[in-house]
Design a protein. Structure first.
Length: 88
């Protein structure tokens, strides 16, 4: 496995959203907030947290706030996380 490369996360980028409470299902998500765009109030973000707009395979869409990054292949049970889209 190669070295992890850092990608600057920007608004509108597509990332992989994973919800282990739904059996580690992966969904495409658009970034709607980063630490640079949400720096004050209750929507403020820290570290690698993002606000996301998720597209479900069924066609429904919904938002999630304060989602943490986790690059593991299988995040811990009950965790909602994001990771950059794989180039594979």
């Amino acid at each position: 496995m190669g070295a992890k490369t850092e990608t600057k996360i920007k608004l509108g980028m597509v990332v992989e959203y994973r919800d282990s409470s739904q059996g580690h299902r992966s969904k495409a998500a658009f970034v709607t907030g980063t630490t640079e765009t949400c720096s004050e109030g209750e929507l403020a973000l820290a570290g690698d947290d993002l606000h996301l707009y998720i597209m479900s395979p069924s066609g429904s869409t919904y938002s999630r706030q304060h989602v943490s990054r986790n690059d593991a292949d299988e995040p811990p049970a009950g965790e909602r996380s994001w990771r950059p889209v794989s180039a594979d």
